[in-house]
Ligand binder design. Sequence first.
Ligand code: GRF
Length: 226
Amino acid sequence: MTPVPVAVLVSGGGTNLQALLDALRDSAVARVSRVVASGADAGALERARRAGVPTTVLARPDDPDEVVTAAGGARLVVLAGYLKRIPPAAVARLRWRVINIHPALLPAFGGSGMYGRRVHQAVLASGVALTGATVHYVDEEYDRGPIIAQWPVPVRPDDTPETLAARVLAVEHRLLPQVVMELVRLGVPEKPVRLSAKGSAFLTGDKLAVDLDNAADGRTGGRADC
Ligand code: GRF
């Protein structure tokens, strides 16, 4: 079986891209076929080059034709720290094939301007005890499309935006590859799917695990512990 091509769109340093490159390197299921950056300064481009993955830098991220062409026929398009809006005409052409990772439990702490440190600052200012990571479909609005999977991260009383961001990011690196693999295993469904936590989303001790079930047909996703 030929691995399903997955395009990854980036704007920043690309640690989530790295997690995907690492997880899919030897996979028969899916592979990162192209990395598309919103600007030539994205550190993620270097990660792609090191992995031997072709790269594209968008001249006009607001041009739907350019965005769709850059995805290069990928079956699934993953926004991993991509800060530009996907033009509505591109969303329409790639409906339910574009997903995004967000460092909070959407629909809370999302939307225009909610990215990076600001998300974690807002979480801490609100006093919530729980944050986490969300993978969702991309629609015409920032951070609003149907949720595919979430994983919780407790907020500690002594957290700073930086300590919280680091713990959420570690979860992102587990959650995103697992969701990508599961969506590809399901054939990148034409309707939104929800992958839910298998049992409790918490483990005792310091173990970090992301363990998903496909709510639609009960198939069990892979498991990652560290
Ligand atoms: C991640 O926190 C992701 O959730 C958000 O942007 C950040 C990207 O980080 N959308 P990186 O570039 O993958 O390191």
